[in-house]
Every structure is written in structure tokens, then in C-alpha cells.
Write a protein that binds this ligand. Structure first.
Ligand code: FES
Length: 180
């Protein structure tokens, strides 16, 4: 895994940020996102969506920078981030695995799929693996009931899943990592 050096990034809230450290490359990306928007409150959701897309979650540091850029209270940004399901304040893995537990998938043993994933990844739904590669979630019907049980990894559908397929699928994603 790439090692990054924490650097100090000066903002009006600098003392707080300095204490925790923020990564230069993350800061550059955040500033690039912010620079694409005028300093107007109405862009707060669009900015948070961009940050979510880039980092898979919205960090405390990102919220502070957005708050400063738009002159909008942190508390307002927090409530927006918790209101919209597509936004997350918790770090998520590079690959987000969603196991459908809608009725059709449930009948076709989606819980067996889920428990195999829990076993192989050693995490529960809502958690991320230690290497930051995978997050696990359960979702309601994703509209592909004919393929039940369904698992989705970063938007890619895996249908008619059987627990014996899972290790191989995870390996494909891990393999993609080692080959860049
Ligand atoms: S219940 Fe899983 S796709 Fe519909």
C-alpha cells in the first residue's frame, strides 16, 4: 500500500487540522474540487457529492474546508451529510460490496452470501476491511430480482450468486490491485 506523508495544511481552522494531519494529495484534490465551484451555499450538496465520489466518504477535514469555502456552518453540512444516504461520514473501502436482501434475494439465500462475505472479509455490514479494500453493506431490492441472489461491487452486478463463487470474485478484485 502506498505510504503517504502527512503535511500541515493552513486554513482558518488550522490548529485543529494540524493536530490530526491531513495528506497533501487529499488536500490538493479537495482544493481542486472546491475551486470548481463559486463560493455560494447552494453548491454545498454538489461539492459533497464530488468529495464522496473522490474519497468514498466525507472526512472531517473535507467538511471544514467546504465550510470555510462556502461560509456555511459545519453543523449544517453535518446534517446534510447525515440526511443524504449517498453521502457517508465514515471511511469506505475502495470496493463497496452491496448484498441485496430484498424479498426475492432473501428467499434465494442472500443471508448465506452475506455470511460467507463476513467470514472471508472478517467484517460485518457497515464495516471496512483493515486494508481499506472492501466495505460491506446490505441493501433493499436493486431491481434485478431475476438474477437473485444479487451482490453488487462498485456498481458491477454479480447475479445468481452461490457462496462458493465469492472467494474467486474477491480474488479478482484483489488481483486487480496487485496488477495496478
Ligand atoms: S430482491 Fe434482490 S434484486 Fe430484487
Amino acid at each position: 500500500m502506498k505510504v503517504r506523508s502527512p503535511v500541515v495544511f493552513k486554513t482558518k481552522n488550522a490548529p485543529d487540522i494540524e493536530k490530526r494531519g491531513i495528506y497533501m494529495e487529499d488536500t490538493i484534490k479537495l482544493k481542486q474540487i472546491l475551486s470548481g465551484y463559486p463560493e455560494e451555499k447552494r453548491f454545498s450538496l454538489a461539492i459533497m457529492q464530488d468529495v464522496q465520489r473522490e474519497f468514498n466518504y466525507i472526512s472531517r477535514e473535507a467538511l471544514e474546508l467546504i465550510s470555510e469555502h462556502l461560509s456555511i456552518p459545519l453543523s449544517k453540512l453535518y446534517s446534510m451529510a447525515t440526511f443524504y444516504r449517498a453521502l457517508s461520514l465514515e471511511p469506505k473501502g475502495k470496493y463497496i460490496i452491496k448484498v441485496c436482501d430484498g424479498t426475492a434475494c432473501h428467499i434465494r439465500s442472500s443471508l448465506v452470501i452475506l455470511s460467507e462475505l463476513e467470514k472471508l472479509l472478517a467484517i460485518s455490514p457497515g464495516e471496512m476491511t483493515k486494508d481499506g479494500l472492501f466495505s460491506l453493506e446490505t441493501v433493499n431490492c436493486v431491481g434485478a430480482c431475476a438474477l437473485a441472489p444479487v451482490m453488487i461491487i462498485n456498481g458491477e452486478y454479480h447475479g445468481k450468486m452461490s457462496s462458493k463463487d465469492i472467494a474467486g470474485i474477491l480474488e479478482q478484485y484483489k488481483g486487480g490491485e496487485s496488477h495496478g
